[in-house]
Design a protein around this ligand. Structure first.
Ligand SMILES: Cc1cc2nc3c(=O)[nH]c(=O)nc-3n(C[C@H](O)[C@H](O)[C@H](O)COP(=O)(O)OP(=O)(O)OC[C@H]3O[C@@H](n4cnc5c(N)ncnc54)[C@H](O)[C@@H]3O)c2cc1C
Length: 385
């Protein structure tokens, strides 16, 4: 008798990729591991920053998801259009798949259209075509004003726009055009990486401002005029630009909303330690989840967390299917490198589940953190795909 079961991994980004790999290694061959993504290419998103300043080509930072097939994972390229959490049946481009367990790792959808004019006026840092097009525009940018903009206060990788601004400043310095370019960062949030506390936030702000980048927090953009190249903010201020790079608004994918999985936060509710949802056998990990912290703000969305959560969920499913207790839990610990340009990066690490506030320390920018980030990039694509 074949008592094989099926686990459906929805989303082949950080969380889905790690979970599928780990499950394939730990589950007996009679069990099936299916991984679904609508995109045939897995993109290593942290490298979008280097793509945006011309330090990477598109082909350097993505790999075909199909490569996972060699490990025994059943890869399906298609759109997840329906999730029935009660029956654990998922519709992928018209075909139904039944799972004994489902791991929802669909990430955050990007919604530049939520701000009138934004998509037409600027380049989206968070997509490969957007970052790549910005690199082209930057290459031929002689003089004028460049603006980096966060269109909402909460977005994945809270360091990314700050890193982008510092990498742009460094690129201009190397080209000898820095003194002819005014560089500003308009942020919807009150400060960089605010969840980590005022000390770290102040250190990152200091690093940005020390490079002559004008920093304008608490500026919520309401509309963008692509013809006049002007930003209008909720506080009445305006800002002109010649070249615009933006972090778009994020929202939960429509398919999880339609499945009734959203909490009041607008993101999927899951247990903060096991990432089980209220539906039996259904887990949600990574950016698609909204995990409230004791301080009142949500857990930041980051690959380091999606990765750790994927390991916890995969190990617990493997234990349960082997008749053992599910013992692994996620502890809220994370780290991140913050690129500051000129071959240097800062490094933040700590416990985001610490109460009453996350305890995160920041190590000053140094070459070794940049080298560790480079190594991480290289190992990531080699290890998983
Ligand atoms: C510029 C940038 C820099 C970053 N730097 C860092 C960093 O230094 N450190 C860090 O920890 N994090 C960083 N991040 C954040 C990190 O990449 C994300 O937090 C992480 O990828 C989240 O993993 P995930 O699995 O939840 O979602 P994702 O990795 O986004 O994967 C979601 C997947 O689901 C797929 N999908 C969505 N909807 C559907 C559907 N309906 N049907 C089929 N497939 C679907 C998508 O195509 C995607 O492949 C960065 C992000 C950006 C944009």
């Amino acid at each position: 008798m074949n008592d094989g079961k099926t686990v459906l991994g929805l989303g082949g980004g950080v969380g889905g990729l790690v979970a599928a790999n780990r499950l394939r290694k730990s589950l007996p061959a009679r069990h099936r591991v299916v991984l679904v993504d609508r995109e045939p290419q897995h993109v290593f998103q942290p490298s979008l920053l280097w793509l945006a300043v011309g330090d990477r080509a598109l082909g350097d930072i993505q790999r075909p998801l199909e490569k996972l097939v060699r490990t025994g994972v059943d890869v399906r390229i298609g759109s997840v259009d329906r999730i029935d959490t009660a029956t654990r049946v998922v519709r992928v481009t018209g075909q139904d798949f039944a799972g004994d367990a489902i791991i929802v790792a669909l990430g955050a959808d990007l919604a530049p259209e939520a701000i009138p004019g934004l998509a037409e006026a600027g380049h989206n840092l968070y997509t490969p075509p957007g970052a790549n097009a910005f690199a082209g525009a930057l290459r031929s940018f002689g003089q004028g004003r460049i603006v980096v903009l966060t269109a909402t206060p909460a977005y994945k990788c809270p360091a990314a726009p700050y890193e982008a601004a510092m990498l742009i400043a460094a690129a201009l310095r190397h080209r000898g055009t820095r003194d002819r370019v005014q560089l500003d960062l308009y942020a919807a949030e009150p400060g960089p990486m605010a969840v980590t506390g005022p000390t770290l936030s102040g250190q990152v702000r200091g690093a940005v401002e020390s490079q002559g980048i004008g920093y304008h927090p608490d500026h919520q953009v309401t509309r963008v005029d692509a013809t006049a190249r002007r930003l209008t903010f909720a506080n009445g201020a305006t800002a002109d630009f010649d070249l615009l790079l933006f972090v778009p608004p994020h929202r939960a994918p429509a398919v999880v909303r339609d499945a009734g999985m959203l909490a009041a936060s607008g993101w999927v509710a899951a247990d903060r330690h096991t990432f089980a949802t209220s539906a039996a056998g259904v887990y949600a990990i990574g950016d698609v989840t909204g995990i409230p912290l004791a301080m009142g703000k949500p857990m930041p969305k980051a690959g380091i967390f999606a990765h750790a959560q994927a390991e916890v969920v995969a190990d617990n499913i493997a234990s349960l299917w082997a008749g053992r207790e599910a013992r692994r839990t996620f502890d809220g610990v994370g780290k991140c490198f913050v690129e500051t340009g000129d071959g240097r990066a800062g490094f933040g690490a700590g416990n985001f589940y610490a109460e009453p506030t996350p305890q995160v320390a920041f190590h000053a920018p140094a070459r070794r953190w940049h080298w560790q980030k480079l190594l991480f990039e290289r190992l990531w694509l080699k290890r998983w795909l």
